[in-house]
Structures are given as structure tokens and as C-alpha cells.
Design a protein around this ligand. Sequence first.
Ligand SMILES: Nc1ncnc2c1ncn2[C@@H]1O[C@H](COP(=O)(O)OP(=O)(O)O)[C@@H](O)[C@H]1O
Ligand SMILES: [Mg+2]
Length: 347
Amino acid sequence: MALMMPIMSSVIGLLSLSIYWIGAYLIDAATGIPAQIALFSNMIVYLAYAMQVVMGFMMLVILFFILPRAMVSARRIEEVIETEPSIKDGTVAARPGNGEIEFDKVSFKYPGAADYVLRDISFKAYKGETVAFIGSTGSGKSTIVNLLLRSYDVTDGKVLVDGVDVRDYTLEALHQKMGYVPQKATLFSGTVFSNVAYGDMSSERTEADVRTAATIAQAAEFVEAMDGGYNASIAQGGTNVSGGQKQRLSIARAVCRRPEIYIFDDSFSALDYRTDRCLRSALKKETADVTSVIVAQRVGTIMDADRIVVLDNGSVAGIGKHRELLDTCPVYREIVESQLTEEDMRR
Ligand SMILES: Nc1ncnc2c1ncn2[C@@H]1O[C@H](COP(=O)(O)OP(=O)(O)O)[C@@H](O)[C@H]1O
Ligand SMILES: [Mg+2]
């Protein structure tokens, strides 16, 4: 490209120059003004045609530059399109269950990784229970959630939802059961309504449904203050609302689906303590008979859970209620001590 530009402009310059030169010579030799004017206009037209031909050649050269790049890109895109998904649909279609979850001796390593991320994880959540996961960053909390959602398949063991292995469900049936609030809230360009009602395949959601969901998620207040209320527009990626607001809308989206299982992957961390508390008590009323899986950093968020699973480096360090774990699990005690005062602990 560096060479072509100067070469091309020299060619164009020399070409114009020679056309003008020969033109001038011919015009000079002609007799009478009309003949000279006719020659002059012919010269201009000739120059325009000559330029078009040169441009054509230039395009051809550019093509040869772009072609190899395009071929490499095309090959890469083809590779992506032709990849067989490793997650294959099962055959069990939608059926009402009660949201029971069971991990049976689950071990997992990410495809291509050398080491196990999760080792021998077993726990059970019955209808209406809340199971919480706590542990340091990188201990495998999000990985457990990914296995439950079947973003990955287990390496060993089984994940059961309502007594059926998640690998046997069709993905649609499995996902229909779950209301998942990811660690990183994602909003799409549209309105508050379209974002909260998003992804519901079973039935149309009315504004009343969306309003109820927003109220539970503690989002109603700021949504109603927005210009246009539930029809207020949301920019791509939700850049016109704050992090905490984004998170609450993302929670409202899960609530709006009325799932059998709620999954919150560190969804309360962007909220202040007061909002966190209000939201959880509203959710608790709403989700009394819905199973919840909560991943959290703050002990305060999960203290009331029916079962707390303490993860340490991919293994279970302890399972139990807050009080039991305080006495029996040193890892949990350490986490709690780093966050609460002694008084709070014995609440
Ligand atoms: N897609 C992935 N591929 C390979 N390794 C991963 C992937 N996602 C996470 N990991 C690894 O798995 C471990 C657990 O990650 P994660 O479950 O996200 O932890 P947590 O949510 O508890 O912070 C980390 O050590 C991380 O490096
Ligand atoms: Mg995580």
C-alpha cells in the first residue's frame, strides 16, 4: 500500500501532464477559434476517460491487497459456523416440577484446562429452599451456576433438576424453569418494558406484570421517576442507568418470568445495604415456594439461607446454616469475621 499510493499518483500526474502537453500542441497548431475550442473540449473529455481507466486499475490493485485478508477471515468464520456445539439437546420437554436441585458428586474441569475447578460437590435444595454459596473469588461459585444452567456439562457426577439429569432436558425446557440473574447485568436497547419482559416465551407479559416485577426488584421507584416511566428508553448496554439500577432491572427480568428456580450470581453486590435488604425481603415473600440459588460476597445477604455451602478452592469446606457453620467451619468463620462485628454474628 505504501508503494502503491505514490506510484499511482505519479502515473495519474504524468498521464494528465502528457494529455495536456499533446493537447496544447494540437490546439496551438489548429487555426481558428471554433476549431481550437472543439479540440480543447475533446482534450478535457479524453482526460476524464483516461482517469476512469486508471482508477479501474487502482481498484484492481486494492482488490489484490484485500483478497488474502478476506480469505483468512472467511476461513475463520467458517470454522466458527462449522463447530459442533458440545452441549446437545436432550429429549425431556417442558414439564412442571417443583424446582428441586441436586448436585451428585460433581467434578468439573473447563474444556482444555488441566486441573479440576470443582471437586466432588454434593448438595440438595428442596422446593422453596434457599441455597447460598459463599467463598473467595475464583473458588468456583459461578462455575456451579454455569453447570446448573448447563452452559457446560459436568466432567463427573450428575446435576439433577426435579430428579432429571440436566443433560436429558431440552435446553428450552431447562431454561424455562430458571430465572437467572447473571453476575454482570446486561440490558438491551429498547424500553424499560421490553427489557424487563425480555426472553419470556410462554406468554405475553402485560404492563401490570412488569410493574409487579419492578416493584419486587425495588426498581419501581426510579423507573417511575424516569422520563416516560416504563416506556422510558434504555440505551444499548444500559449506559443511561446506573450499575445498581441495571442490576435491579436485571433482577426484575428474572422475577417477571415467574420461574421455578431463581439463580442469583452475585446479583446484590452493586446495591447498597438498605436496597439489598428491602429487595431480599420482597423477594422472600414472592419466592416462598420457589427454590433460590444465591451466590454472594456479603455474609449479610445469605445469613438467613436454609443452607449455606462454603466453597474453598473448588471443594466444599462446609454445608449448613449460619450458626452451625460458625461453630464448625473455620473457612466460614474467617469470612464472617472479616465482615461482621462479633455482635452481628450472634444475632
Ligand atoms: N471459561 C473458563 N475457562 C477456563 N477456566 C475458567 C473459566 N471460567 C472460570 N475459570 C476458572 O475457574 C475458576 C473458578 O471461577 P469462577 O467459578 O468464575 O469463580 P467465582 O465465581 O467463585 O469467583 C477460576 O480459577 C477461573 O480461573
Ligand atoms: Mg463469580
